[in-house]
Design a protein around this ligand. Structure first.
Ligand SMILES: [Zn+2]
Length: 246
């Protein structure tokens, strides 16, 4: 309830009522690795409930770069903390199946594996993920529960999570415990912004370390969520609705 009140406050503040001008609207050049192959039969999105329209872009074929891979296969020590599979999330109810996996486009997952390797080799620090690929049908559900631009992307055109090119994550100790950060995942306040200076030195150091490690492999941060990173090359991958536990 406290979070819902926070949203009300944000909506009343003129500065915050405007749509987030950053990441979601920007279209970056398409990298060659994400060029789609000619459409092939049998690659249509599946599993979309009747209430959710089909993907906003036609499925353009399953080039290897558009394959969604289980990130734990590339990062065996990845810590899964997929909040949307539990009721410990902004929405207070599970919106993912219990056995949800962390899926990403293969080139994005490979970048994340390089981030994990770098941190592991430095001092055993691990990555702990809150959200990865998000089925398009879930985006409709989130938008129904919370239609607040800047925090939930509208289902059209869909978010980079729906394309398999965004990941929400934090740093974890060698034992997998989350390292201190300025806020918990999905806290809707200015304390979640990268520019927030009121956190402890340790929290700010961890936030900066995660950002530097992610940017070193080409991921981009967004201003208002310290946990959210996007692969700019994934922006023109298709929005899809695939099962997380298949
Ligand atoms: Zn995110």
């Amino acid at each position: 309830m406290r979070r819902l009140l926070a949203i009300g406050i944000l909506l009343l503040a003129p500065d915050e009522a405007a749509p987030e001008p950053a990441a979601e609207a920007e279209i970056r050049p398409v990298a060659a690795s994400f060029e789609a192959a000619p459409a092939t039969p049998g690659t249509k999105p599946r599993g979309a409930p009747a209430t959710a329209p089909a993907a906003t872009r036609p499925e353009r074929g399953q080039a290897p770069a558009l394959e969604l891979v289980d990130v734990q296969a590339l990062i065996p020590d990845l810590v899964l903390d997929l909040r949307y599979a539990t009721d410990d999330n902004l929405f207070g109810e599970p919106v993912y199946p219990e056995k949800a996996r962390c899926l990403l486009l293969r080139p994005t997952a490979e970048k994340l594996a390089r981030v994990a390797k770098r941190l592991r080799e430095e001092d055993g620090t691990r990555l702990r993920v809150f959200d990865c690929y998000r089925p398009h049908s879930v985006q409709f559900r989130l938008w129904q529960i919370m239609p607040v631009r800047g925090y939930v992307a509208p289902p059209r055109p869909g978010s980079v999570h729906n394309r398999g090119g965004a990941v929400d994550l934090t740093l974890a100790s060698p034992e997998g415990e989350p390292l201190p950060m300025p806020t918990d995942f999905d806290e809707l306040s200015d304390r979640a912004w990268h520019s927030y200076e009121g956190a402890t030195e340790e929290q700010k150091r961890n936030r900066a370390r995660l950002k530097a490690a992610m940017e070193a492999e080409g991921f981009r941060a967004i201003r208002k969520e310290w946990w959210h990173y996007e692969d700019p090359e994934a922006r023109q991958a298709p929005v899809r609705d695939l099962p997380l536990d298949g």
